[in-house]
Design a protein around this ligand. Structure first.
Ligand code: SF4
Ligand code: SF4
Length: 93
């Protein structure tokens, strides 16, 4: 399942997209460990599979929550994206 977390406002589009099907093969969950803001959590999806999601209260504040990785504009490297061995995480900004 492709899950999108985030929002669009006057400042742009701020979405994190996760291909949750990859998470079934990834017991180590390196994305959770890589995130300095503790945004990524395990969550059961509508199909009953446990996969990675953005923590619910933080989904509408991603532009600010991701500041530790993106302060000063578009980051060259993004820890959660780099940590995922399956390329399952992408960002819209
Ligand atoms: S690192 Fe990638 S595949 Fe592994 S749990 Fe995180 S999002 Fe899923
Ligand atoms: S960009 Fe940084 S703060 Fe945002 S989810 Fe990824 S690792 Fe966490």
């Amino acid at each position: 399942m492709i899950a999108n977390y985030g929002y669009a406002d006057g400042g742009g589009e701020f979405y994190i997209t996760i291909d949750t099907g990859a998470c079934a093969s990834c017991d180590a969950r390196p994305c959770i460990k890589a995130c300095p803001a503790a945004l990524l959590v395990e969550e059961e999806d509508p199909y009953g599979d446990v996969a990675i999601a953005v923590e619910e209260p933080k989904r509408k504040k991603l532009r600010y929550e991701c500041t530790p990785c993106k302060a000063g504009g578009k980051a060259k490297t993004i820890p959660c994206v780099d940590a995922c061995p399956f390329g399952a995480i992408s960002h819209s900004w």
